[in-house]
Every structure is written in C-alpha cells, then in structure tokens.
Ligand binder design. Sequence first.
Ligand code: FMN
Length: 320
Amino acid sequence: MTPLEEAARAAQHAPSVFNTQPWSWRLTGNALELYADPSRQLTTADRDGRLLLISCGAALHHARTALNAAGWSATVERMPDPAKTQLLARIRLLHPVPPDPEAQRMAAAIYHRHTDRRSFGDREVTEFELTKLRRFVEFEGAYLHVVRPDQIAQLAISAELAAGAEIDDPDYRAELYRWTHRPSFTGDGVPPATAVKSELRRVPIRDFAPDETAGLDAGGAHDQGAAYVVVFGTGDQPVDLLRGGEALSALLLLATADGLATAPLSDAVEVEWPQHLLRGLLAGIGEPYIAVRLGYLPVGQDPAPLAPRRDPRDVITIIE
Ligand SMILES: Cc1cc2nc3c(=O)[nH]c(=O)nc-3n(C[C@H](O)[C@H](O)[C@H](O)COP(=O)(O)O)c2cc1C
C-alpha cells in the first residue's frame, strides 16, 4: 500500500458529527484529494454544513499526521480550486524525511481515540496539559478557550437550550433516529452501545438515545475534574472551518496520547441563540467551532466501545 493510501485509511478513524464520515478521497499518483460528501450532511442539525467541514478537517489532520509519522513530507493546499467547492484539500507527497516522534505518538492515538460520553472523574486536567493543547490548536491556525469555572453555568445553559430546541423539532428527531439506527453494514452512525443513559450532568451532553436504548451508564463520577474547552477562530468561511477541524483533531489526538478521555459537544453551535451564548464566553472575539469535554476516567473503568467505520474501499478511489 502506498503512503497516501495508508494516510487515507488512517483518516477513516477521524471523528465526525453523528459519525456521518462525510468525506471521500481520490488518489492519483502522488496526490491525494479530499472531497466533501454533501449526501452525508445533516440537513437539520447542520443546515449550513459547518460541522461537515469541521469533520472533514479532522480527517485531513488524521491523514497529515499519518504521513508525518511514517516519515513523509507533503504539501497541503486547502480549497485549491474555486470551481470545485467540494474539493477541500489536495495533499502532495514530496520525499522521505526522518519520522517525527511527536507525530508518531499522535498517529498511534488515531487507533484508540474515541468519544466517551460517560462522566469523567475528579482528577483535574492540569494547566500544563491545557497549555500544551492550546499550543497544538494554535499551530493548526485556530484558538482554544478554556471555559472558566464562572462560565460553566453559561455553557450548561447553552447546551441545555440547544438540546431542548432540537428535541422539540420533529425533523431533528427523525435525523437523530436515522443516524442512531443504521444497519451494521453501513459502518457509520452512532450505535446505542456508545450512547449514555440520560442523567443530570454538569454540562448536559447530547442524548443519542431518547428512546432509552443507551448501552452505557454515565457512572457516578460527575465530571468534577473535567475541563471544557472551545475551539474557535476568527472566520467562518469554509477554509476556516476546515482548519478548525484540523485543530479539533490535533486537540483530540494529543489529549488521547496524554491519557485523557475526550468528548466533543456541538449542540450549542447548532442552534442560533445557544451559539450566541457560546460566542459570549469568548468575549465576542471569535467564532466558536466546537466545544470539547476533557478529563480522566475513574481508575479501573474500561474504555467505552468503539463506533463503526465505513469500508475504506467505499471511501477511497484509486485512479491508476
Ligand atoms: C464536528 C463534530 C461534532 C460532534 N458533536 C458531538 C456531540 O454534540 N455530542 C457527542 O456526544 N459527540 C459529538 N461528536 C463526536 C461524534 O459523535 C463521534 O466522533 C462519532 O460518533 C465517531 O465516534 P468516535 O469519536 O468514538 O470515533 C462530534 C464530532 C465532530 C467531529
């Protein structure tokens, strides 16, 4: 297998909204192209396609990380052809370089990073760790806001309001049902085995199983030591959102490599008023892309089950 095909395969493990995996890859010679797949866009929760672009950005960063870890230098052009709006990025393989040890640690995390919706324990995420995460996010061209203790209530209200507005909408309920009841051959969607039973939480999480089929208990840990962060940027053009997704991936992979459990939270950016509240947390200086809960699982807890992935043969087209 060529390094570019390996990179596209590694990118299959990237996180995506509702596990829609809204991307495809075309591999020709020494170029790998990333395309958005609009047929996989959530038409209610993600009307503007922002979360689709963030998900594709995460896949792009996974591919870049796999290449760096394997010892290849590459160039990346984002939105290289204005006439092809679905063409999000083109990676060109250059030449072998000494493998980057930090990228190797991050690349190893690709295979065990997953979203854990259970509550995290009392052990706090240190300032040192948060500073390191911020550096990685900034390296990808985005910013990281660590939600202060006095702002947690506003984040919680924002998530609560968004969840309420969405669940009252029959179109959202239909969309949620569709992506949580996928036949196993599709290799996508959020299976109830990875959902958590509804319980009072410090900041509410998305209820993926309102029909009470969730396979996991939240656990008694209450998220007391969890940190809540917001990945944000200064623009909301497609290229900004793509880079926001790359930053999200950098955050999640580094956090996983450092032993943290992670869970993205996007309902608050999906509904107008909660999104406005979230912007308020950033003192009006940026455009919130996504929030993430970070923390440590209570000692001895098994990892949560992994979500499925599509068959790479359905996602990667190799043009000889
Ligand atoms: C843009 C984006 C938005 C997401 N929003 C949420 C969310 O609101 N709640 C949640 O529990 N998970 C959220 N996730 C996590 C996805 O549900 C998860 O990545 C997907 O189901 C695949 O599972 P995995 O992360 O365990 O591999 C989001 C992920 C991305 C990339």
